[in-house]
Design a binder for this molecule. Structure first.
Ligand code: BG6
Length: 472
């Protein structure tokens, strides 16, 4: 009983939120570099405000992140001390192809990840690699219009081919696109798209979605051809939609909201466009830009496993307005408490979400993000007693265990989000902290970058050492 013996415990980060060194060793500029902290952030990441160069008076947290580029040895050593079996990280596309459309990769960029993976392997940590976590070389945005352009599929194929070849035998677990469904709401962050005046946004974003889906299937094909041992997964920003009431109209609204998200991984996992989407496209006059072979490539190259992030459940109703941060909004659920940032806290929702995903796809699941963004206040020695974080994680891991034991869901692993404090994707803040390790850095980029273990560090170490048996 309990978790499988080879359960992959660990933590997850993304290049743009921690690496920094945005212009070092040949790295090209990326969309994520240009998303500022502060009031314009939401407008930029949702593609409503074009900011294609750095502007005076703005602060861009991805430029420096937590400078993991220079601290990765120290950081991975700390992960190893916690007993990590896996470390989920992402590749910065513009380190490998600075412009995105070159024929040959940037050797310096590849060397950086050689060294990082070497460090993981030194401690027997299995790397879990997200090929793109919200990042796109800016040249591809400016010269091609991001993922609205079909040429992106070729550039992505070039990227993945290099990665699969270079890291063959070193990396086995891959994710094609982080939270692919987020592109619907955060078009600049997820697809490199800023809408033009008068542009048909619906048509643009679903065209881009088709391109990402075909690119993802190609990656799965190329990855399996280069190494049949590769395990390639999709990645969903998950969290079941509850109906606000049992009124049938609310239940239908919740089901429809769920389908909007499932759409992407329905295609990645089943290999065909679901009927509910085809009908919606028909109603909206959108014709999927299928080209020869797309349907076959999608059908023959479905993912090996389903990965997802889970922070919260969501709620939908026929006639109530959803609110939130404009990304995955939700109607207020009156039964749940919220985090400092207003995110519902719902451990049981994880069981509901896991069952929903497992029933739907019958493929192994991997929880690749879960955690609590909270304000930490270090004491005079720099120590953070983050009992609130331990409590959040404990309650979620308990439920995850119940789901495996009582419902028989096949779960490969769990990587908590942000094992070390990093820049928030949504707000650009450092003060929204998730880590077991505190990083001395504030929202304006001040601080020594010193790493200090929090109370949760030893707690998570014990959880891993006991394979999730001791959560006290
Ligand atoms: C997920 C992303 O949406 O949630 C991460 O994959 C992100 O990149 C995480 O950091 C938490 O969200 P936030 O906005 O609190 O950083």
């Amino acid at each position: 009983m309990g978790f499988r013996k080879d359960f992959l415990w660990g933590g997850a980060t993304a290049a743009n939120q921690c690496e920094g060194a945005y212009s070092l060793d040949g790295r090209g500029l990326a969309n994520v570099d240009l998303i500022p902290h502060g009031k314009d952030r939401k407008l930029v990441l949702t593609g409503q405000r074009k900011m294609y160069s750095f502007e005076e008076g703005q602060y861009y947290p991805a430029q420096t992140g937590i400078d993991m580029y220079h601290h990765f040895k120290e950081d991975i050593a700390l992960f190893a001390e916690m007993g990590f079996k896996t470390y989920r990280m992402s590749i910065a596309w513009s380190r490998i192809f600075p412009n995105g459309d070159e024929e040959l990769p940037n050797e310096e960029g590849l060397k950086f990840y050689d060294a990082l993976f070497h460090e993981c392997r030194k401690y027997d940590i299995e790397p879990l690699v997200t090929i793109t976590h919200f990042d796109i070389p800016m040249h591809l945005v400016e010269a091609y219009g991001g993922w609205r352009n079909r040429k992106m599929i070729e550039f992505y194929k070039r990227l993945v081919t290099i990665l699969f070849q270079r890291y063959k035998g070193i990396v086995k677990y891959w994710l094609t696109f982080n939270e692919i469904n987020v592109m619907l709401h955060a078009s600049f962050m997820g697809a490199g798209i800023c809408y033009e005046q008068g542009e048909d946004r619906y048509k643009t974003i679903y065209t881009a979605a088709h391109h990402e889906l075909v690119a993802s299937a190609w990656a799965t094909k190329i990855g399996h051809e280069i190494d049949p041992g590769n395990k390639i997964g999709c990645m969903l920003a998950a969290g079941t939609y509850y109906p606000l009431t049992c009124k049938p109209e609310d239940v239908l609204a919740a089901q429809k909201a769920g389908q909007k998200n499932f759409f992407f991984i329905d295609v990645q996992s089943r290999g065909v466009y679901p009927n509910y989407a085809l009908k919606e496209f028909e109603r909206n006059g959108f014709v999927i830009p299928f080209e020869e072979d797309d349907q076959r490539i999608l059908k023959e190259n479905t993912v090996d496993f389903i990965s997802f992030s889970y922070y919260r459940s969501r709620c939908a109703a026929h006639d109530a307005i959803a609110e939130g941060d404009g990304i995955l909004d939700s109607v207020k659920n009156p039964f749940l408490k919220t985090s400092d940032w207003g995110w519902d806290i719902d451990p049981l929702g994880l069981r509901i979400t896991m069952n929903e995903l497992y029933d739907r796809y019958q493929k192994p699941l991997f929880i690749v993000e879960n955690g609590l963004g909270a304000k930490d206040v270090p004491d005079e020695n720099g120590f953070v007693e983050d009992d609130y974080r331990i409590d959040y994680l404990r309650r979620h891991i308990e439920v995850m265990k119940e789901t495996v034991e009582q419902d028989g869901v096949d779960l490969l692993g769990y990587t908590s989000w942000g094992p070390i404090d990093l820049v928030s994707a949504g707000t650009g803040e450092m003060s929204k902290r998730y880590g077991f390790i505190y990083v001395d850095r504030d929202d304006q980029g001040n601080g020594s970058l010193k790493r200090t273990k929090k109370k949760s560090f030893d707690w998570y170490k014990k959880v891993i050492a006991t394979n999730g048996e001791d959560l006290s």
